[in-house]
Ligand binder design. Structure first.
Ligand SMILES: NC(=O)c1ccc[n+]([C@@H]2O[C@H](COP(=O)([O-])OP(=O)(O)OC[C@H]3O[C@@H](n4cnc5c(N)ncnc54)[C@H](O)[C@@H]3O)[C@@H](O)[C@H]2O)c1
Length: 437
């Protein structure tokens, strides 16, 4: 078991730090955001993630998990340094590595013995080499270090389970010494026979982007099929089900919607395409998925306008602001584009989300009218659009919805409402690939 420091205590760093502590390691999570660390030291989770508080509390109690804003001190007291800082989209779609590079410098300045520097942030191929160069340049002693790539595959909304029982763990290493350290860190997972892919650093870095890009392509594919199904009078759910029964395809990620969003797929597809361009390799399929995703957001607006061609003065209720259920993360959420499009077309928008409403207002539209319940949001609305498949929206009472709304118009961009009931109640509705069945 190792002494670990996780730098960056966000969605990935906090879950990973608490998870690594749960595996028996001694972990200190640190962040330059002192407010976040204060919250954690006071037992408050800075993000919404099911099961996270229990995981954190259990490991604090077990004295395996601590939080600090003193990053240098955390490095000095650790053998393995995980970097989990953000790598947002930068210029031209490239990943912005400012935070990763800043961390590498801080690590170099605090290298008081052999350490393994492990990148968990999603970084373009070649970043491991870059980190090595930075540390070599800025360290002021002869201490040795190894650089490792350990991409993270957790999904927001089910991050705790994904981290504790992953499908696989990938690490890219350059030598047996670093590999042994990583095997010690993940020892608990070896015991439950989790597949481990041990490879070189460049391969590990690319595995993460290849996985996310493939999933983005799969989503964009079924999204386009849903548009065709709507035009042709077919049922995309039956198409997806039959496709998914083919073992070569698999049923997962064949759910049409308003386009993928969140903190990973949009920026990672762009960054991968840009990296490939830099190598003079054209990733046509990935670029097409990016374009299809932008079109899909527009297609939701088109569906709305096919019911209400003139939106000026119309009241539209938007149910679901997070990019997916069970998270408060609104980064690159389809709701942003769609709500802005509605406002631009003259609609007055009222939003509802059980968890993410405040974040949505903070990052995008401070003046957006948001309500504390579905029923307040849909009151007097001319149209309701569903953008996130929160469980409470899956069970929405349609008679009640009709009663509350001014006009019974619905665009179900997540295909969660019962079509027979919508028809029976006289709703005018659109969905994604089942509108004409
Ligand atoms: N969110 C996900 O679902 C997910 C999944 C897999 C991989 N990733 C990748 O993991 C990385 C982190 O993503 P996230 O969603 O956790 O980001 P985040 O924005 O939630 O967290 C990043 C944290 O790093 C801190 N930070 C920034 N610079 C720092 C510095 N110099 N020193 C210390 N702390 C610093 C920030 O204050 C913030 O708390 C990204 O590269 C992302 O692509 C994210």
């Amino acid at each position: 078991m190792k002494k670990i420091c996780v730098i960056g205590t966000g969605y990935v760093g906090l879950v990973s730090g608490a998870g690594l502590a749960d595996f028996g390691n001694e972990v200190i999570c640190c962040d330059i955001d002192a407010g976040k660390i204060d919250q954690l030291n006071n037992g408050i989770m800075p993000i919404y993630e099911p099961g996270l508080k229990e995981l954190v509390d259990r490991n604090i109690k077990g004295k395996r998990l601590k939080f600090t804003a003193d990053v240098p001190n955390a490095i000095l007291n650790s053998d393995v340094i995980f970097t989990a800082v953000g790598t947002p989209m930068g210029q031209d779609g490239e990943a912005d590595l400012t935070a990763v590079e800043a961390v590498a410098k801080t690590v170099a300045q605090n290298l008081n013995g052999y350490k393994v520097i492990c990148t968990k942030s999603t970084v373009p191929v070649g970043t491991g080499e870059r980190i090595k160069r930075i540390i070599t340049t800025f360290k002021n002693n002869g201490n040795e270090f190894d650089v490792v790539s350990n991409p993270e595959f957790l999904r927001e909304g089910s991050a705790v389970g994904d981290f504790l029982i992953p499908d696989r763990v990938v690490f890219g290493v350059e030598n047996a010494r670093a590999e042994k350290v990583m095997r010690d860190v993940y020892r608990s997972l070896f015991l439950i026979e989790t597949p481990m892919v041990v490879t070189n650093i460049a391969t590990a870095e690319l595995i993460k982007y290849a996985s996310n890009a493939f999933l983005a392509v799969k989503i964009s594919f079924i999204n386009e099929m849903s548009n065709l199904a709507d035009a042709a009078g077919a049922d995309v759910h039956v198409i997806a089900k039959a496709m998914g029964l083919d073992g070569r395809i698999s049923a997962k990620f064949l759910h049409p919607g308003p386009g993928y969003g969140g903190s990973c797929f949009p920026k990672d597809t762009q960054a991968l395409a840009k990296t490939a361009d830099n190598f003079s390799v054209n990733l046509e399929v990935v670029k097409a998925a990016i374009r299809a995703n932008a079109n899909q957001r527009e297609s939701v607006l088109a569906r709305i306008k096919s019911i209400l061609p003139d939106l000026s003065g119309k009241r539209v209720a938007v149910l679901g602001l997070a990019f997916k259920p069970n998270t408060d993360d609104v980064r690159d959420t389809p709701a942003e584009h769609i709500i802005k499009g509605l406002i631009q077309a003259g609609a007055s928008v009222v939003g509802y989300d059980p968890i993410a409403a405040e974040n949505f207002k903070r990052y995008y539209l401070p003046d957006l009218e948001v309500k504390d319940s579905v029923w307040e949001a849909v009151e007097n609305a001319d149209l309701t659009v569903i953008l996130t498949e929160w469980n409470e929206l899956r069970g929405l009472s349609l008679p009640m919805l009709k009663e509350k709304m001014k006009q019974p118009n619905v665009v179900d961009a997540r295909n969660i409402l019962n079509i027979d009931e919508l028809k029976l109640l006289g709703f005018t509705y659109r969905n994604m690939g089942r509108s004409k069945i």
